[in-house]
Design a protein around this ligand. Structure first.
Ligand code: CP
Length: 315
């Protein structure tokens, strides 16, 4: 594995999921990454991705450096050819190039601006990291994708042992304008598994077609939940009216009554979650969200392990 920024870097998704589950038997293998350093670069907040990737690297014997680029670095200029006579002090080209001199792998988190759809969906910041880094790059969530989360979700679903699970992917309310990355990515990854997926969201919250192609969309949340083995909840803002929150009819908060329509379905969410907005306390407290969060570690570890092997093979 040369980089990990989308499902296209995963190779055989089913095999990667199986390998990750198998890795749980021997989590601590410090000889693999000894003498190697990962740099975790954050332009946006994170709890799970930061800690689980850090721990995965420690399990592999790596050294870890964390850089909160927005708060602790110089003001970054992202524009190519910019005349930097304003507030920006360092170009992204120089920052990435230099950070990659100190690391063997660079992880980066960068959220979308949610103002300019083309800019966000071009993945300019992630592309800059890939372009300018001298070492492999791992996405810790980008403007439109969150592959480490999705790999973990596939691991969690596979571990349920259900052969062809029905998964209802449901939009849920949120007071803020959120990215589409987690749902985009989930839909990309789940297509490589044996799951039966339905997507449910209010009108106006259609996602980019390349992610929903082939997936039934039901605007009636109750109908979508019927017989589901898993409910994967997430809020996202409008793609068509980019970065807006069109008005929604009805109450889309996931509660026990909705969950009772499922096949004893398990509630999933990437976290963080707004309690009693996205889903009720009762739904969250009876869910598998902490199992998902725990699996973030093994998801990150299989990716780092494969990249380390690829670096070693190229020496
Ligand atoms: N699910 C997830 O990526 O959590 P963080 O934003 O806290 O890393």
């Amino acid at each position: 594995m040369k980089k990990f920024i989308s499902v296209d870097d995963a190779g055989d998704v089913k095999a990667l999921v199986d390998e990750a589950i198998n890795l749980k038997k021997t989590v601590y293998t410090p000889e693999l990454g000894r003498g190697k350093t990962i740099g975790l670069v954050f332009l946006n907040p994170s709890l799970r991705t930061r800690l689980s990737t850090h721990r995965a690297a420690l399990n592999l014997g790596m050294d870890v450096m964390v850089m909160n680029l927005n708060n602790d670095g110089w003001n970054i200029e992202f524009q190519d050819g910019a005349v930097m006579d304003g507030g920006s002090q360092e170009h992204i080209k120089d920052a990435v190039k230099v950070m990659s001199q100190y690391c063997d792998i660079l992880g980066v988190r960068s959220f979308p601006g949610l103002k300019n759809r083309e800019e966000d969906y071009n993945e300019n910041i992630m592309s800059d990291f890939v372009k300018y880094s001298d070492v492999p790059v791992v996405s810790l969530e980008s403007a439109t994708l969150h592959p480490l989360q999705s790999l973990t979700d596939m691991i969690t679903i596979k571990e349920s042992g259900i052969k062809r699970p029905k998964i209802a992917v449901s939009w849920a309310p949120h007071p803020r304008v959120l990215p589409q990355a987690v749902t985009n990515s989930f839909l990309q990854w789940v297509k490589h598994t044996d799951a039966e997926v339905v997507l449910t969201h209010p009108k106006g919250y259609e996602l980019k077609e390349e992610f929903t192609n082939g997936i039934p969309i039901i605007n009636n949340q109750q109908e979508a939940f019927e017989g589901a083995d898993f409910v994967y909840a997430k809020n996202w803002s409008s793609y068509a009216h980019y970065g807006e929150k069109p008005d929604v009819e009805g109450n889309w908060t996931i509660d026990d009554k909705l969950m009772s329509l499922t096949n004893n379905g398990k509630f999933m969410h990437c976290l963080p979650i707004r309690r009693n907005v996205v889903a009720t306390d009762s739904v969250i407290d009876n869910s598998i969200v902490y199992k998902q969060a725990k699996n973030r570690e093994i998801g990150a570890q299989i990716v780092l392990k494969k990249i380390i092997q690829s670096i070693d093979n190229s020496l």
